[in-house]
Design a protein around this ligand. Sequence first.
Ligand SMILES: Cc1cc2nc3c(=O)[nH]c(=O)nc-3n(C[C@H](O)[C@H](O)[C@H](O)COP(=O)(O)OP(=O)(O)OC[C@H]3O[C@@H](n4cnc5c(N)ncnc54)[C@H](O)[C@@H]3O)c2cc1C
Length: 405
Amino acid sequence: MQADLIIVGAGMVGSALALALQDQGLEILLVDGSPLSVKPFDPQAAFEPRVSALSVASQRILERLGVWEGIAARRVCPYGEMQVWDGSGTGQIHFSAASVHAESLGHIVENRVVQDALLERLHDSSIGLLPGARLEQLRRSGEGWLLSLNDGRELRAPLVIAADGANSAVRRLAGCATREWDYLHHAIVTSVRCAKPHQATAWQRFTDDGPLAFLPLAGPAGEHWCSIVWSVTPAEAERLMALDDACFRRALGFAFEHRLGEVLQADPRLCIPLRQRHAKRYVEDGLALIGDAAHSIHPLAGQGVNLGFLDVAVLAEVLLHAMQRGERLSDVKVLSRYERRRMPHNLAMMAAMEGFERLFQADPLPVRWLRNSGLNWVDDLPEAKALFVRQALGLSGDLPELARV
Ligand SMILES: Cc1cc2nc3c(=O)[nH]c(=O)nc-3n(C[C@H](O)[C@H](O)[C@H](O)COP(=O)(O)OP(=O)(O)OC[C@H]3O[C@@H](n4cnc5c(N)ncnc54)[C@H](O)[C@@H]3O)c2cc1C
């Protein structure tokens, strides 16, 4: 099979890119190892353990792609406040959407919900979907690439986009260099029912082991559900995963200082090792990396897929402008425009997360004192906080057209 462009990986990021490029006269193939089927949504079903805090910029992009409607019709929880505090000190900081006259700071959405809403649109589109197709080999052939799939099929295209996640096969097979390091953290994720309402607030406590987030979910009337992301050392993760349900709920409630009362119920837990990865280049002739295939960062600020959606919006803009000018889309000069716009932003976000993580891990007394007084000092500076809130909304800096109103 031959196409103008092949996207490997139909996760949230690859699917969004396919939709952003549809109906422009490009022959597009979207290849994924999974079945790409849409599950009928059951509002009574338990929450999926993997969720994302989608920024306002991501919401705008998904609105422009006609996907947000499908997300909102399933299950989302807007949040208007963020409460962050140092568990081993007195420092705390509070952010609110109202401080920048925004309706919300973002929405907590189950990844499955975003994925299904994207797939629903893709099944109605002219994009060539190849489900159950794992990429196994990739090599240069003539002017473009030859891709071999697990089922023996071969695909050819001058341009390949890697959207196949943190362990990207495309990145490995194409020999793209990456920098990577272990955070020495595992994230335990699950959904929990609390005794007290979550107040549409994203809560984050920095503990001695790592950050613990309680993110609000839209539970049934009268029930107060949150998604938790608990980052701890691998040894502590092993201990927490081995606890029985009652002991785990007690340990979680204690680690969260019972801010939302007792943890009454907990769904099955998932444990995810956290690694930071960053490709040294996002592009070469005929190839571009997007989303987690290009960069994966600590989930403490909930930015991973938001960065991925901005990659999508910028790459689509670059490719569509190049088409209008009659340029060759696979030309590394064209693709470099995407890299120039996205790499500094992604690197800055990764550095900020790294800094935060280290600051809160540091134990010496002077660092603790600085950290606590710094948090309280910034909490009293409305202008500084408004800057941070705009960053969290994803609306600062070089915004692509798809993320503008
Ligand atoms: C604990 C945790 C919490 C997080 N919370 C947030 C948050 O609050 N907000 C946020 O923005 N981000 C968050 N993230 C990050 C976010 O989950 C990721 O950035 C996002 O899922 C990446 O999407 P992606 O489409 O790039 O990759 P993926 O979701 O990994 O999708 C990759 C796709 O490629 C396919 N694939 C893989 N290999 C092949 C192959 N060889 N052939 C064909 N197909 C292939 C897979 O089947 C999959 O569909 C969190 C991450 C973690 C670990």
